[in-house]
Design a protein around this ligand. Structure first.
Ligand code: HMG
Ligand code: MG
Length: 318
């Protein structure tokens, strides 16, 4: 099914609290994480990836996932989610859900297009990861959660180099077959270009439902916004982004932050797309986490606007 003609809305999935913070050197305390998530929700983000139920030794920065969810104010208008790699992760997610129903609405299972990356990231092959998810997805759905899937290294792998679209498409098909409501295609190390996105999307045409695809671009080589514009041409209407451009992946050397949410929103609003996000408040949310970090947030719009605030009509096309 294609998106409705004339519909100018784009859904932004905020991954900063998870993909962003997982890579920070200094441990961000739980209160600051909770404040960050809540200010993002106040800015109009309706899908927020809050944390990960992974092994605490694999990602120490997110070892307080339970505590973050326990402190979050429940909101029916926001879909809060968390990464889950296996049944143990799901058990932890379900305990959180039991303690405060409305808070956790979705889990995300994650694999990739190359065995080398998946091996380093979750210590299994792609085939094993799909076997591992097979009982997780229906159990999560039975518990009232929705499930998102991730396909990393879709445009290139830090260990194997070039990746053919076919490799990621096959994994995305398998994730849909397991019951994922949406699959996010990840350019984990930010090597994709608009040309590569066009090639990927043409290869996926007729095989993957475009209205259930998201794109997850890291901005390592400055291509992420151009890649979004390319994906929009093919009907993709969901993009992952990270406030202030926080982020990276600890198991992908050289992966820098995701596309900054402010840069995405500024570009979309200026090009006639609607997101429901208040850019000024979003900058405020990034400012709230920026003070906790030992480095400057790289987002370009965040850098430009953090001091003076964003004018009401910034970027709006007339
Ligand atoms: P493993 O060591 O193979 O796990 O790790 P295992 O099943 O053999 O279990 C070993 C021990 O870990 C057991 O404890 C388990 O209970 C425990 P023991 O019995 O020995 O005391 N364990 C757990 N504890 C807590 N939570 C769990 C859990 N699972 C097992 N969920 C595992 C395999 C997948 C767990 C590990 O490798 C892991 O947690 N990896 C996470 C890596 C990660 O989070 N990477 C970053 C996110 S991916 C990303 O950033 C890409 C993305 O943004 C998209 C893109 O950019 O492309 C999504
Ligand atoms: Mg990522």
């Amino acid at each position: 099914m294609s998106p409705v003609a004339g519909d100018r809305s784009v859904r932004v999935v905020e991954v900063g609290p998870r993909d962003g913070l997982q890579n920070e050197r200094v441990f961000i305390d739980t209160d600051a994480k909770v404040r960050f998530v809540e200010t993002l929700a106040d800015a109009g983000l309706r899908d927020i990836e809050v944390s990960s139920f992974v092994h605490p030794r694999a990602v120490p920065q997110l070892q307080d996932a339970e505590a973050v969810f326990a402190a979050l104010r429940p909101r029916d208008d926001v879909r809060y989610s968390a990464l889950v790699p296996n049944l143990r992760g799901l058990e932890r997610a379900l305990l959180v859900q039991d303690r405060g129903g409305a808070k956790l609405a979705e889990i995300a299972v994650f694999t990739g297009s190359t065995d080398s990356f998946v091996g380093k990231n979750i210590r299994m092959t792609i085939a094993e990861s799909l076997e591992r998810f097979a009982p997780v997805v229906p159990a999560a759905i039975a518990a009232g959660l929705t499930v998102r899937g991730y396909v990393s290294t879709a445009f290139g792998c830090p260990y194997e180099g070039a990746v053919e679209p076919e490799q990621g498409i096959r994994v995305a098909e398998a994730l849909f077959a397991l019951g994922c409501r949406e699959v996010s295609i990840g350019d984990t190390i930010g090597v994709g270009t608009p040309g590569a996105v066009h090639r990927w999307m043409r290869a996926a045409e007729g095989r993957l439902p475009v209205d259930r695809l998201a794109m997850h671009f890291h901005d390592t080589r400055g291509q992420a916004l151009a890649n979004v514009l390319a994906a929009l041409e093919h009907g993709v209407r969901v993009f992952d982004a990270s406030a202030g451009g926080l982020g990276g992946c600890p198991y992908a050397p050289g992966a820098s932050g995701n596309l900054a949410t402010e840069d995405l929103v500024y570009c979309l609003h200026g090009s006639g797309w609607e997101t429901g996000i208040d850019l000024s408040r979003l900058v405020g949310a990034s400012r709230s986490i920026a003070g906790q970090l030992d480095h400057i947030l790289p987002g370009r719009v965040f850098q430009a606007e953090r001091v003076r605030g964003v004018p009401e009509d910034a970027g709006v096309q007339r």
